[in-house]
Design a protein around this ligand. Structure first.
Ligand SMILES: Nc1ncnc2c1ncn2[C@@H]1O[C@H](COP(=O)(O)OP(=O)(O)OP(=O)(O)O)[C@@H](O)[C@H]1O
Ligand SMILES: [Mg+2]
Length: 147
C-alpha cells in the first residue's frame, strides 16, 4: 500500500516532547475528521509509545526519537515511534500485561493500552540498537467525510 501523506519528526528524548509528539499526531490525524474518541485513542497510544522511548530506551542519557505519521487509503493511519536506545531483549514478554522493568513507578500496561486503542501493534527491537513500535488504526468512515 502506498502512503497518501507522510510526516516525519525527530526530537530529543526530553519528557516535555511527549506532549509535543501527542499533539503532532492529533494534528496530523485531523485531516481525517476523526471523532473525539478517535483523537483521544491516538493521543493515548502515542503518549505510551513515546514515554517508553523516553524512560526505557534512554534511561541515563538523552537520545533521538523519530515519530513517523502516515496516511493510507480508506482511513488507515499509521504511527511509528522509533528510538536507538537499549532495545528490548524479549518483546513477547515485554508486551505481557503488567510486565515492567520500571519498578513501582510503572504499571506495565503501556503496550496493552496501545494494543487496545489501536487496531494493530507491531514491536521490533534489537538489544543495543533500539526499538520501533508501529501502530495502525482505521478511522471509521463518516457521512460526508473525506475518507
Ligand atoms: N522503547 C523501549 N526501549 C526499551 N525497553 C522498552 C521500550 N518500550 C518498552 N520497553 C520495555 O517493555 C516493558 C513494558 O512496557 P510497557 O509500556 O507495557 O510498561 P511500562 O512502561 O513498564 O509501564 P507503564 O507504561 O504502564 O508506565 C518496559 O518496562 C520496558 O522494560
Ligand atoms: Mg510504558
Amino acid at each position: 500500500m502506498k502512503a497518501t501523506d507522510q510526516v516525519t519528526i525527530t526530537f530529543t528524548s526530553r519528557s516535555a516532547n511527549e506532549g509535543f509528539a501527542r499533539a503532532c499526531a492529533a494534528c496530523f490525524a485531523a485531516q481525517l475528521d476523526p471523532t473525539l474518541d478517535e483523537v483521544a485513542d491516538i493521543k493515548t497510544a502515542v503518549s505510551e509509545a513515546v514515554t517508553n522511548a523516553i524512560v526505557h530506551a534512554y534511561p541515563d542519557r538523552l537520545g533521538k526519537i523519530t515519530l513517523r505519521l502516515r496516511l493510507y487509503e480508506e482511513g488507515w493511519l499509521e504511527i511509528q515511534v522509533k528510538d536507538s536506545g537499549v532495545g528490548i531483549p524479549d518483546v513477547d514478554k515485554a508486551r505481557t500485561p503488567l510486565y515492567t522493568t520500571g519498578g513501582e513507578e510503572r504499571s506495565g500496561m503501556g503496550f496493552t493500552i496501545m494494543e487496545s486503542f489501536m487496531d494493530k501493534l507491531k514491536v521490533r527491537s534489537q538489544p543495543g540498537k533500539g526499538t520501533t513500535v508501529t501502530m495502525r488504526k482505521r478511522l471509521a468512515p463518516r457521512a460526508g467525510g473525506a475518507r
